[in-house]
Design a protein around this ligand. Sequence first.
Ligand code: ZN
Length: 111
Amino acid sequence: MDFSDKFYAKNAASARAWAETEDRKKPEHREARKPAEPKKGICEKCKKEALVRPHRSREADMKDGAASYGVVVHYYCEDCYPKSRRDTPTEPPLSSKQLKSLLRGAKKNLH
Ligand SMILES: [Zn+2]
C-alpha cells in the first residue's frame, strides 16, 4: 500500500496548502458587518461604567511558551470604540452630470 499512502499524503498536503491560501484571502473583519448591541459594562480603555460594545480583534497569545493566534473580544464604550474605516463616508455625492448619464443608461436599458 506504498503507492496509496504516498498519494494520500500528497493530497493531504495540497489540501492543507489550499486551506491556508483560502484563509489568507479572507477579509480581516468579516464579523463587523452587523453592529453589536451595546450593553452595560466597564469600558476596557477608560474603565468607566457605560454602554459598551464588543470589539473583536486578532491577537497573539503566549501559552506554555507557544504562541497561538486567536480572536479576542474587548469591550469599549462609544467614546473609546475603535472607529472602523467603514464608518467614514468615502464616496462623494454624484454630480448632476453623473446622475444624468446614469438616468440615460437606465432609460436605454428599459427600451
Ligand atoms: Zn471608554
